[in-house]
Design a protein around this ligand. Sequence first.
Ligand SMILES: *Cc1c(COP(=O)(O)O)cnc(C)c1O
Length: 393
Amino acid sequence: MAANEPNGKNEQTERQFATKLIHFGSEIDPRTGASSVPIYQASTFHQFSLDEQQEYDYTRSGNPTRQALEDYIALLEGGDRGFAFASGMAAISAAFMMLSAGDHVICTEDVYGGTYRLLSTIMTRMNVETTFVDMTDLEQVKAALKPNTKVVFMETPSNPTLKITNIAEITAWAKQQGLLTMLDNTFMTPYHQRPIELGVDLVLHSATKFLGGHSDVTAGLAVTANESLGQQMKQVQNGMGTILGVYDSWLLMRGMKTLQARMEAHEQSARRLAEWLSAHPNVEKVYYPGLTGHPGREIHEKQSKGYGAVVSFDIGSGERAKQVLHQVQIPLVAVSLGAVESILSYPAMMSHAAMPREVRLERGITDGLVRYSVGLENIEDIIADLDQALRGV
Ligand SMILES: *Cc1c(COP(=O)(O)O)cnc(C)c1O
């Protein structure tokens, strides 16, 4: 049965994304016909013969449940090999662990806060230096090149002001310079954006967000575009041991099956919310790649199939933002995004609290900026809730 071939790659790369989400190669257990990947809750594997190497020997090095997830994400991203980690940051850390002391990284300046912290503190201590640049401007990226530059790290759309990086342009330049390209694809997911098809070498995810989708699992995924990079990543994953647990691997696959259905519904609501906010008298500015006039919108439309479910907006002052955060009843007021429930977060005091105020303001992360991750609730209810919260400001 073709569906059960390892990776199932030959048959399945031709199918549409929605079909791949359901029929990803391990959806039927070949031993029993079970309709879901078995949870191999085992740390080690009996070796039946010492003369023959078995596929699995120890779960840190490999486990069939985790392997099914790793093959699944590789299939969805159109990459060569997938890797599952204990968190998004564990996946991103593993990527940088492929570097050596003395190497240099060029990174987008509005990268996820955890990645910024990793590069500016821990990696610096390991003698890997980073230059942060505005990646919407290729000239700035070029100007940051040094003889020891090894990696260009992208994140698009960025957080929380949804700036757009031209993936193909940056990647083409990086290839000319012999640099490795990495991209954090958390906000778009492979449903909307497949960076490997645009030449990126390594794709990273916080699967805690849209891929898991239910605010109930913390996980990270990485996909490599070629075999040699896959071998390096495998060495880091096995060597550092920052793997995703077996049960969480299963839970993540369960969430991922509905990725397309969720993303379509999330996005339909997000577009409606962004338009409604744009017309609201108490809202000063709305950031959403689907809005006419959003900077980089044309570039985004060339490299992605949709706009996602994160809408940021500025309500003028910190006082007003706090009032709205107190008044809303539907969303969770929390960090994180990409879940079935709406999540409202306040970058100035949450994700970007550690950033110096002047730097924060320069990046458009004002005291009045809030970020809404639109969930699967009825959109008219979401709007009515925000309307009553905004009326009071
Ligand atoms: C949440 C997030 C991360 C970190 O993922 P964790 O699972 O929390 O470790 C990385 N990048 C982006 C864009 C994120 O939103």
